[in-house]
Design a protein around this ligand. Structure first.
Ligand SMILES: [Zn+2]
Length: 634
């Protein structure tokens, strides 16, 4: 399949996908302006006023606050944390389109995930059927039913069983999958003592671990009670593989997502059993971590659907300590993080069985904020009735605030300090003074170059602040110039020929903008008809897509299409001419700086002849610059 056919296929998938209905599958959209746009709460930032817009005419979306924007592909990539290929495949399936054969499963930088997922899907079915039907699974069924799992929940979470036979799965896979394929998804291990393989998960009840799209990517196995081998771990998870990263996945997220989306609250428990039992009791916004503590990736994932995350820990000492460790990690996150430890040292499953879903819901509802949980714990430890106890608590809390990454100097820090003084009954200025003492002096931030930097600095440092995403930083004059040219390209692409003659990719100093320009030029060279839709489809990187959406929107607001109607003659409009002029000036300025550098070098080396030539070039440049009409600066 040629590059052209490939981009054609992307375009077909895009046109067959209605962005409004796609987005509506995971959030609520309200039609505005007679249906010419749809609004909703932005899933990419903590939104309280609907600032997320979907435009049916352009099939693009954009948030007015966080500037997240893109098309159907970036929507799927962002909301499901998948790569471009998977997003394309998922949308193709959704539109009932056959993926062209030569393209299937050979993505450029991605491992052929589809094959691995097929193996896992097959194994998932084998385990589940075995659990339901096999006489060998009788003990496993007794155990699971004894724990109170309903038939419905067993089917929903597809509980499985692997019999007590080290080659059971390999035998069933014969003629279908090779042992190497089973090994690649960690269903078998390689024997050290003899050539060959052994099944993992022997004689274990299995909990399939699914990705956000509900596809099994790993398994968690629990030994049956009464297992005679004392060396076996009670729980054993699949090791990480090409499709499974422990720190990224949350158990049960596929099942919990609709409910999290609706309630805007995600409840995080520590294991699969607690998670499943909660769902069985109708508490469906519950997910589980997989033997790790909650990571920033987890939180980032949950923030897309929830405003509030409640971490539930067991009521014992280990649980309380784990809760304490979680607090500083997320204190700076723009997220309402609550911590709940269950009374009577119960775990969530036991609590639900003894007290029911309503009582459980009330605990979740009233769970304290992370910092407040920690405050209560400190007060309990130090005592709240003595001055000494209060001061020790204050010290502990200020140290916690100080050590929370990313919190210093934020309004969040301010609020916490103020609430902390209230709770401790101390005057706020006393608390703040004490905090200043505890805090180490922070080194002064370097003034970012760019807008306020000298021209010289901008020229020698063409792409300042690379680490900050383009749409999140203030744009320099140089960046604005490049933007303007791209705005024209995207909104009146008929001018691409003239632009290509005047400006090259090397004239763009901003990495992201240069990438967009190069994509436009590539399209031109491949003879593709240029349009905003075509360009955004060619781009596979979501962050670039959002820049393109933003640029096109800028163009619309500046009414560039009206200013630059389709060229009727060979005369270049003034707007474009001025831009070309500015690019020429910039090129020459850069050359001059390079010349000056050379001059400094050659005069040190005492090369007089070179000196003269360079000086002539520089004077020449200044003469030309003085006679040239000054382009419109704004
Ligand atoms: Zn947003």
């Amino acid at each position: 399949m040629s590059a052209n056919d490939w981009s054609e296929f992307k375009e077909i998938v895009r046109t067959q996908t209605d962005l409004v209905s796609l987005v509506s599958e995971s959030m609520t959209l309200t039609p505005m302006r007679g249906g010419s746009e749809f609004k909703g709460l932005c899933p990419f930032h903590d939104d309280h006023n609907p600032s997320f817009c979907v435009y049916p005419d352009r099939q693009s979306y954009r948030c007015w606050v966080c500037d997240e924007g893109g098309d159907c592909f970036s929507w799927v990539m962002k909301t499901e944390s998948v790569g471009f290929r998977e997003a394309l495949e998922s949308l193709a399936r959704r539109a009932n389109l056959e993926i062209p054969k030569s393209q299937r499963g050979n993505g450029q930088n991605e491992p052929p995930k589809t094959g691995l997922l097929e193996v896992l899907q097959w194994a998932d079915n084998e385990f589940h059927q075995c659990f339901l039907r096999s006489p060998e699974a009788a003990a496993a069924r007794d155990y699971i039913l004894g724990r109170g799992f309903s038939e419905e929940i067993i089917n929903q979470f597809r509980i499985g069983y692997h019999p007590n036979d080290w080659e059971w799965l390999q035998n069933r896979a014969k003629g279908r999958f090779t042992p190497q394929q089973l090994l690649s998804v960690k269903l078998v291990g390689e024997s050290e003592r003899r050539p060959g393989y052994y099944d993992n998960f022997v004689d274990r009840v299995l909990f399939p671990i699914r990705d956000a799209q509900g596809r099994p990517v790993a398994f968690g196995g629990r030994i049956l009670p009464g297992n005679s081998n004392p060396n076996l771990a009670k729980y054993w998870n699949s090791p990480e593989s090409a499709v499974f990263t422990k720190s990224k996945l949350l158990y049960g997220l596929d099942a919990a997502r609709p409910s999290i989306n609706k309630s805007k609250t995600a409840v995080v428990v520590e294991g699969y059993t607690d998670c499943i039992i909660a769902h069985q009791h109708g508490v469906r916004n519950v997910v589980g971590t997989l033997g790790t503590s909650l990571t920033e990736t987890h939180v980032g994932n949950l923030k897309r659907f929830a405003n509030r995350v409640v971490l539930i820990f067991d009521g014992d000492t280990a649980g309380r300590n784990a809760a304490g460790r979680a607090v500083p990690k997320f204190l700076a996150q723009s997220l309402d993080l609550r911590i709940l430890t269950l009374p009577e040292e119960l775990d969530p499953a036991d609590y639900l069985e003894q007290h029911g879903a309503e009582a459980f819901g009330k605990l979740i509802e009233t769970a304290p904020e992370g910092w407040e949980f920690q405050l209560d714990a400190e007060l309990e430890r130090n005592g709240s009735h003595t001055m000494d106890g209060v001061h020790r608590t204050l010290d502990a809390m200020l140290t916690l605030i100080k050590s929370s990454p990313g919190l210093a100097g934020t309004s969040r820090e301010d609020v916490i300090l103020s609430k902390l003084s209230q709770r401790l009954g101390l005057q706020e200025h006393v608390v703040r003074q004490h905090y200043q003492k505890i805090r180490r002096p922070v080194p002064q931030k370097r003034q970012p170059s760019g807008e306020n930097g000298s021209n010289q600095e901008q020229l020698t440092n063409p792409t300042p602040q690379q680490e900050v995403h383009f749409l999140k930083r203030k744009h320099s004059k140089n960046e604005r110039l490049e933007c303007e040219l791209l705005e024209i390209l995207l909104s009146v692409p008929e001018w691409i020929g003239a632009i290509r003659q005047e400006v090259g990719a090397s004239d763009f100093w901003t990495t992201e903008l240069r990438a967009v320009l190069e994509i436009c030029f590539d399209a031109l060279e491949e003879g593709e008809e240029l349009s905003f839709e075509r360009i955004i489809t060619r781009i596979e990187e979501p962050s670039l897509k959002s820049i393109v959406v933003w640029l096109e929107d800028q163009a619309k607001r500046k009414q560039i299409p009206d200013l630059l109607r389709t060229p009727a003659s060979d005369i270049t409009p003034k707007l474009l001419d001025d831009l070309f002029e500015q690019f020429r000036m910039r090129r020459e300025q850069l050359t001059q700086i390079q010349l000056k550098g050379e001059l400094a070098r050659t005069s040190q080396e005492g090369n007089v002849q070179d000196d003269d030539a360079l000086l002539r070039k520089i004077t020449d440049y200044h003469r030309k610059r003085a006679t040239r009409r000054k382009p419109n600066d704004d």
